[in-house]
Design a binder for this molecule. Structure first.
Ligand SMILES: *[C@@H]1O[C@H](CO)[C@@H](O)[C@H](O)[C@H]1NC(C)=O
Ligand SMILES: *[C@@H]1O[C@H](CO)[C@@H](O)[C@H](O)[C@H]1NC(C)=O
Length: 454
């Protein structure tokens, strides 16, 4: 069937809105196409999706919206051979990616490169789209001093007949990562209009690295996609973002005014520098980490670094351990201060920065809990700190995108007990934590290995 006839028939379909006819054409097409590959040149209900994506791209192209494809299903089909695709697939005869019969396709919009223009809604309507804009509070303005936050557009839906394009707006935060907000349908909104439960983005806020983009051609459409698709898809599954609890933090500071002494300010500045340096070093090694102990408590309780904590604490899964971590930190200017335990048991590393110590605790996973170990250098005594199992979420602390346990309250309570919300200045790591247990003594013969102090 010549391609030119397609739009005529589509128009006819639109007019008649005949489900029956769509059905017939669908089976007719299945009959024609070999091995279930959708034939670009033959008309089908699936083709409607391609048409909608094309119209959407025409529309955003006209308005210079910097969009790129983030649809996990479509990108998932591309993963192994993106390069090959770029070279070979110029308007191929088969519609492989945008004819998969889905209710929606997801794109991202970089807010930084886009100037808000209400004309977009008008143009969308002219093109036949039903258009929906969903807003939310701008978290970049929310903080300890201002909890109001102005409303910004977070999600757009462009719907045409049976297909919708979900456009997720990504905002740059602290100059070093991208954030998108949750999608909140208004109470009076037609839930059928937005296939909310099926959407891949928007159930919760997400954080991403700024992706490198690649202009490519997919099913004959010029489209930007993340250059490293598998990396992007890896980010999607771990993207959940938690906002700091600014309201609770403000209440905390009303009860316990912040320490603004020069000493405290100096410590915060050093802790921030150290955290940025540690993040760069661990990221370069591909080692995931999260805020632990006092650093996690500081984020959760007061959206800040606790000045009298005197160190920065990070957690890392032992399965992510890499032996080149020590030379990597040394190269970054942080010499090893002590190494307790070993990879198989209770490993803990401490690095020395100016006035701040960096403690890295390795976490061991068991059937129903996780734990990290402690060692007392002078006695060789071992300790064990137990935590309920948790997953990791992104958040922001000292202008850095970092991870924390998503179940933060459980993590904090395990470590600090129910009264974690009351500051404690004297803290003994061997006896104060709510979750500490004695765990025997290292055999004397192993001390040289498992107790290294520099
Ligand atoms: C697609 O359909 C057209 C017309 O129906 C046909 O000529 C062509 O051979 C088909 N291509 C494939 C790859 O099946
Ligand atoms: C893409 O990302 C993955 C995972 O982060 C990485 O292992 C791989 O080397 C990257 N590929 C390229 C070509 O950069």
């Amino acid at each position: 069937m010549p391609r030119i006839n397609k739009s005529v028939i589509l128009a006819l379909l639109t007019v008649t809105s005949s489900v029956f006819l769509l059905f017939q054409l669908y089976y007719y097409k299945q009959y024609l196409s070999k091995d279930g590959v959708h034939n670009f040149s033959s008309l089908s209900a699936n083709d409607a999706q391609w048409q909608v994506v094309k119209k959407f791209l025409d529309l955003v192209g006209r308005h210079n919206l910097p969009v790129y494809l983030i649809d996990p299903v479509t990108l998932g089909l591309l993963t192994p051979d993106t390069q090959q695709l770029r070279e070979s697939d110029t308007k191929g005869p088969n519609c492989k990616y945008f004819c998969a019969r889905r209710e929606f396709t997801t794109f991202a919009l970089l807010a930084k490169l886009w100037k808000y223009d209400a004309v977009l809604a008008k143009s969308a309507a002219e093109k036949g789209f039903e258009f929906l804009e969903l807003c939310g509070k701008d978290p970049r303005l929310a903080g300890m001093d201002d909890l109001s936050g102005t409303e910004i557009p977070l999600h757009f839906i462009f719907r045409l007949q049976s297909h919708a394009v979900h456009l997720v707006v990504f905002y740059e935060r602290s100059g070093n990562y991208l954030w998108h907000g949750p999608l909140r349908l208004k109470p009076n909104m037609d839930r059928k209009f937005v296939p909310f439960r099926k959407l891949d983005f928007g159930h919760q806020a997400g954080a991403y690295d700024r992706p490198e983009l690649l202009l490519t051609s997919i099913d004959g459409l010029e489209i930007r996609i993340p250059k490293n698709v598998s990396r992007f898809l890896g980010e999607v599954t771990n993207s959940r973002f938690l906002e700091c609890r600014y309201k609770e933090a403000r209440a905390f500071y009303q009860l316990y005014p912040d320490d603004t002494s020069q000493e405290a300010m100096e410590f915060r500045k050093n802790a921030k520098t150290l955290l940025h340096l540690a993040a760069r070093t661990l990221n370069s090694l591909g080692m995931r980490f999260w805020l632990s102990s006092g650093t996690c408590l500081g984020w959760f309780r007061q959206c800040s670094v606790i000045p009298h904590s005197k160190d920065v604490d990070l957690g890392i899964w032992i399965k992510d351990y890499r032996s080149d971590i020590i030379p990597a930190f040394q190269r970054a200017g942080l010499p090893l201060k002590h190494k307790f335990g070993k990879e198989e048991d209770s490993l803990e590393l401490s690095f020395q920065a100016q006035d701040v110590k960096l403690d890295i605790f390795f976490f061991y996973e068991e059937e129903d809990h996780v734990w990290n170990g402690g060692t007392q250098a002078k006695s060789g005594k071992k300790f064990k700190y137990m935590f309920p199992k948790f997953t990791l979420c992104w958040t922001e602390l000292v202008e850095l995108k970092v991870q924390v346990p998503c179940e933060t309250m459980d993590y904090i309570e395990a470590n600090y007990g129910k009264s974690w919300n009351v500051p404690v200045k004297t803290w003994d790591w061997k006896s104060s934590p709510a979750n500490v247990q004695e765990n025997g003594v290292w055999p004397v013969g192993e001390w040289d290995d498992v107790i290294q102090v520099y």
